[in-house]
Write a protein of this length. Structure first.
Lengths: 284, 284
């Protein structure tokens, strides 16, 4: 029998802590505020936005949305972004990416104040995650995995941890966060030759490849911790992770489901970042 | 019999290419120029400076040295640094680190123009190395290992590569560079539990831990490629690497010595960076 790592349990524990911090901030006159910047109306963005707004509301954080037209020009976009960036009432910014193709992300990465950059766009935050400097803001999804491991008292120190996937949103930053916590990390990807063997040797296996049910039972060692970061839609139209859950579950000691796993923690990490940004802005 | 990977052979091959590029630049009126910024007179810095000056001279690059007193204040240091940073004749800057303890490196990291930052101080370059974006400048020592592998036609693609050491100078950036080249990477360190077993499974083993002769023969798989980045002084006062060379050499297919291995390539990488910076400054 494996332990099911439920995102909601992690998120609820985080919520308690955050509510207290937000109250303390408000007593001192600071209302933590997130601004979501969305260009166009992509369904994925809208779904995440609904979840984020609900989560901010739940914790007492003000959440504004700056909605911009899909066909906005670079200079108009930069002008709008700059206003939010320079607004002292805004503590954190989340910009949905990718941007429409007429927009260049690079000047925005350079422009966003690192202390308002809640999801690791700014090179200053990217460099900090790489260096293991925890004063920055890591990508929310990568950090959600760390929150999950912490909640279930799974210490990566000295463990062999295999991360499947090398994106800048999950695989790479998560590897660096695990390394900071003294895990021995292995990063696998599409060009990895002996993937089965490597995965099977992992004490903690993180699937972040974005390929439906690619982690099969024969790729998982007996008693491994399995965290699934994938969010895919299978051929039958069902939401599923990168892990073949039903087959892998009996072998794992801990396993996260999809949906209701890691993905349910990301907005809590976002809220945590906004609270931290507000604390810092208020001199805490 | 293993192939000895000699730094001088790699450096010589690089020199030919660089000399041609420098000549082409000079014909168009651009004289590539490096400024080394040194605070105090640390013997390590002076030794590296001599090697760097010689290498720049050899390739036709102008090399200036800004020598600053060890007890310089932060504001004086920043003023001097800013002059070099803003001098259009200077294409590249190398600042020796660590700085004396009264000086704070952070404002300098933020100040240095990324396009003049030859050894990956700026967060912009750090973030690029992390992301696998090759338009930046990686740390010279990490890149020296890549130059060595390339020279000996060792393609890391799909290989199991183990890097022992997780510094921001070698271990981490090199891991990202190998990942970009499609290696499956494992990063080990002092907290790694089963180091011997993990190292033995590596097809390419990079020792960058800074511990004299810690990689022993039983840690190396038959036919492995072994690159030694360590520079240590043993108890008898001799220079040695992280690899127990005499014991490991018979098992390796390729192995780099210390001295005269990876360390002999770093100033060539520095020269390559200066040439690239000069090319870009001149609009190439």
């Amino acid at each position: 029998m494996s332990v099911l790592m439920k995102g909601a349990d992690v998120a609820n524990a985080m919520k308690e802590v955050l509510i207290n911090k937000v109250e303390a901030l408000k007593e001192e006159g600071t209302v933590p505020c997130l601004t979501i910047v969305r260009v166009g109306n992509r369904p994925d963005d809208l779904a995440y936005e609904r979840g984020a707004k609900k989560r901010m509301e739940m914790t007492g954080i003000t959440c504004r949305v700056l909605e911009l037209p899909e066909k906005i020009t670079q200079s108009e976009f930069e002008e709008e972004f700059r206003k939010v960036n320079d607004d002292p009432a805004v503590h954190g910014i989340l910009l949905f990416r990718p941007l429409p193709k007429q927009l260049d992300e690079e000047p925005i990465k350079a422009m966003i104040h690192p202390e308002k950059d809640m999801d690791c766009m700014s090179p200053v935050n990217v460099a900090k995650v790489f260096a293991g400097d925890e004063t920055g803001y890591a990508p929310c999804t990568a950090e959600a995995v760390m929150e999950m491991l912490d909640y279930y008292d799974i210490d990566p120190k000295g463990k062999n941890v295999t991360v499947v996937g090398r994106s800048m949103v999950v695989g790479k930053p998560l590897s660096m966060m695990l390394l900071k916590r003294h895990a021995t990390i292995t990063v696998c990807h599409t060009r990895t030759v002996n993937l089965m063997e490597i995965c099977r040797g992992a004490e903690i296996l993180v699937a972040a490849a974005g390929k439906a049910r690619m982690i099969t039972a024969d790729m998982v060692g007996e008693g491994a911790v399995v965290a699934d970061v994938g969010i895919n839609v299978d051929e039958a139209g069902n939401l599923c992770g990168d892990v073949d859950f039903d087959a892998v579950e009996p072998k794992a000691s801990y396993i996260s489901p999809v949906p209701r796993g890691v993905g349910s923690i990301t907005t809590s990490v976002l809220a945590k970042h906004v609270v931290r940004a507000a604390e810092r802005a208020s001199g805490k």
